[in-house]
Design a protein around this ligand. Sequence first.
Ligand SMILES: Nc1ncnc2c1ncn2[C@@H]1O[C@H](COP(=O)(O)OP(=O)(O)OP(=O)(O)O)[C@@H](O)[C@H]1O
Ligand SMILES: [Mg+2]
Length: 181
Amino acid sequence: MTDLLDLAKMESGEMKLNITDFDINELIRKCVIKLETLILEKDLAVDAVFEEEDLMVSADPDAIERVVYNLMHNAIKFTPAGGKISVTTRSIKDAAEITIRDTGIGIEESELGMIWDRFYKSDKSRSRDKTGTGLGLAIVRNIINEHGQRISVRSRLGEGTAFTFTLAKAGGSPADKADKQ
Ligand SMILES: Nc1ncnc2c1ncn2[C@@H]1O[C@H](COP(=O)(O)OP(=O)(O)OP(=O)(O)O)[C@@H](O)[C@H]1O
Ligand SMILES: [Mg+2]
């Protein structure tokens, strides 16, 4: 229920971002710890590959935690036992780039455009996961859009999926952050 309420708020422009500087790598570690039980239950290997020890970004930490948590939660749900999940961060110019990759069931090419829609679940995931409501990615995309950043997906059916999004690096040029406050 809160997902739906939050989504409505975001879409009516009521979401207020609290932009601060924080280490995205640390936030990712925190999410891995929160999801540890699920990861262990499915015997998944989780690999965090950080280009640098810490990577300071300028964003709303609570909102971004929701993004990382949702993407990792999907990766876990849609990856069969024994599979692998990797989270990579790297810095490119003024941006930090975060990729969450899995070796799961993948998404049909014809469905790739629809996964961002509220309540959309692929037929495959419907049979596999009866709990989700299909709001996670709609929320993720809204949050990234509100930050003025981008998110994209690449996937191959039966092989796996990778979601990549960007964030402004801390200490970037003021123009980068201008309309995100
Ligand atoms: N990592 C992934 N691998 C395969 N399919 C995915 C992955 N992430 C998302 N999908 C597909 O996109 C659909 C929408 O994802 P979304 O996170 O919005 O919903 P959900 O996980 O089903 O439910 P909720 O997030 O509300 O609990 C999923 O149901 C699934 O079909
Ligand atoms: Mg989800």
